[in-house]
Design a protein around this ligand. Sequence first.
Ligand code: NAP
Ligand code: MG
Length: 403
Amino acid sequence: MEKIKMTTPLVEMDGDEMTRILWKMIKDELILPFVDLKTEYYDLGLVKRDETRDQITKDAAEANKKYGVAVKCATITPNAKRMDEYKLHEMWKSPNGTIRSILDGTVFRTPITIPSIHPVVKNWEQPITIARHAYGDVYKSVELRVEEEGVAKLVFEGKSGKKEEVVIHEFKGAGVLQGMHNLDKSIRSFAHSCFKFAIDTKQDLWFSTKDTISKKYDAQFREIFEEVYEKEYKAEFEKLGIEYFYTLIDDAVARVIRSKGGFIWACKNYDGDVMSDMVSTAFGSLAMMTSVLVSPDGNYEYEAAHGTVTRHYYKYLKGEETSTNPMATIFAWSGALRKRGEKDGIKELMNFADQLEGACFDTLNEGIATKDLVNLMEGVTPKAVNSNDFIGAIRERLEKRLA
Ligand code: NAP
Ligand code: MG
């Protein structure tokens, strides 16, 4: 079989620990035999990040902007323990945070669903994608504890000299205070990323806030989404037969639970933090959750939602057999290759991505699975295998599909 040709390089961001091991296995077994792979390689492994004083992360993000599509392996976010373990010069920031701020993107998390693993919510038939706004609100707030009687005010001093002031509360005794903010620019970027992703995946977009209570702050989110939708996306949504639906957060929660799934739910920062863990847990396994960062100008970075699976890596280093699930990392590759194919008009590459995902489903539907999934499966007799054999089983089925 002739290998599939690519025209534009994919930005490849390598990573750490067990996922770095899986990364190589996936490339060697599932990509390189079939695709004449063109990548611009960035090693975001912690050793290289430290060596380059984290410049490599910024370079990788810039390359993502230049070429439009990246695939990323999970990476260690250093903490005090990692400082010792890797003898780091500095406690480098989370690469995901760095890349996100350079791309100004929104992260969309979608579970990979299979018939033998039933979501806790029995009427969910399709995956639900959560889009979390990743700027501001309580995550960038300032707080005060007050111990006595007094008045708290919210004050804005404009550069023009204009001053605005409102009383927050007249305290009769001790209490707590919080000040938070958001930016039109950030909300607008969030809106663009959400509408773009809905069009891309041909799914309805839901957005929820609490604008009945927060009549200026949350209302600004609603208004920006409405304005961006009307001006730039409505026609395309109507053409595709998909819907933009705004509702209150509490109404959204009730509707999500009663729904069949199959839509994107855009959430403010805090709501997204809470709801993404609820939704992903209800769908089954962290190892089956994919993640894509979409920038407002249409650049994409695909990855697994889980981390570097440190506990398995330490076992691997001791020579013990590991059964780490490569599904989300494989789907990061298929997602990126499909998007590259779409952008460059290479049908064979898009088809390859479909077949690769199909081969993964064939394998799981026959009950061949990594250990994390075995206990979750119903209606098949599961056979637990190690990562190597699992990837081998996928390769066999992929070859059959492509023949
Ligand atoms: P983790 O790597 O997601 O793993 C937590 C646990 O979840 C594992 O020990 C394992 O449970 C299970 N798990 C996760 N992915 C799995 C898979 N593919 N197959 C089978 N089981 C899987 O989270 P962590 O251990 O808290 O973090 C490890 C490192 O990853 C940290 O240094 C953190 O900074 C980094 N991290 C990176 C990203 C990213 O790059 N996007 C995201 C999160 C964390 P059992 O041990 O019970 O088998
Ligand atoms: Mg959280």
